[in-house]
Design a binder for this molecule. Sequence first.
Ligand SMILES: NC(=O)c1ccc[n+]([C@@H]2O[C@H](COP(=O)([O-])OP(=O)(O)OC[C@H]3O[C@@H](n4cnc5c(N)ncnc54)[C@H](OP(=O)(O)O)[C@@H]3O)[C@@H](O)[C@H]2O)c1
Length: 289
Amino acid sequence: MIENDFVTAHTTVLCIIGYPIEHSMSPIMHNAAIRELNLDYIYLAFNIFPANLNLAVKGIKAFNIIGINVTIPFKQKIMKYLDEIDPIAKKIGAINAIKNDKGYLTGKNIDAEGAMKALLNAGYTVSGKNILLLGAGGAARALAYIMAEDVHKIVFVNRTEKRALKLSNQIKKYFGINAEAKKMSKNVLKDESKKADIIINTTPVGMYPNVDKSPIPAECLHEDLIVYDIVYNPLKTKLITDATQKGCKTLGGLDMLVNQGALAFEWWTNKKPDTSLMKKKIIEFLGKS
Ligand SMILES: NC(=O)c1ccc[n+]([C@@H]2O[C@H](COP(=O)([O-])OP(=O)(O)OC[C@H]3O[C@@H](n4cnc5c(N)ncnc54)[C@H](OP(=O)(O)O)[C@@H]3O)[C@@H](O)[C@H]2O)c1
């Protein structure tokens, strides 16, 4: 136990690794939770040059960093260095959190759980729904695998059709559900949005600094849709603004971010963090920057 912000030789280190890392909100929310619980921990962010990933893993063990978040571009590449991978993360093919138990590294995909929890907490259900998923990268994979058992159909629309096709084939094979892949175009988005109940954006389109961009034209949106944009900077993306104006139900990316952060924090420290405080600190920070 420590008082205030005092770091001692006993202090345990948690961290996030990525490249680049400067955009990360994780230190803000995790350190707020640490301070509020008065724990002897500190959460740092490390910019790891991609060629140094193997050295970073050795460093994690050498410095006994007990909890690690992993972000772009390491969510898949780091898996080969871990001792154990949780079964959901294995299916997804990516991890975003590691627990270090005396040098034994276990990886989990907490993005998936965080994204689902955010939807459920907002009162939305995916059960029996038609999902239009924009993107086929790491976050799309996490969402697709966690939702697939419940949904009626997922249509993957991606800039690179091949990647969407690969993901839709895997989902079809694994869950036996209806899935399709299409190349992103205005016409495809127009047709598919008419048939969808929920649109989920997992592309970075609309993310800071390109805040005037949206992955889908506003005219494709209609009031029966739930629109979920996992981008959290800005808090209100152009997609969310357009969707609100069209009368859609909406959900931004902040709750997913906070939920996955809280799940990792609890896994590492065995303490439940205050998610509303974590959320408030990010909103304050983004408001200032
Ligand atoms: N809220 C949260 O907690 C949370 C968690 C994870 C991720 N995210 C956000 O989700 C986004 C994606 O992350 P990720 O890890 O999935 O990244 P990723 O693996 O790099 O995948 C990015 C996806 O977006 C597509 N894309 C990229 N630029 C595009 C463009 N200009 N136009 C159309 N499509 C484009 C890519 O298409 P191609 O296949 O054609 O390259 C790919 O499908 C990021 O903005 C990230 O910040 C949020």
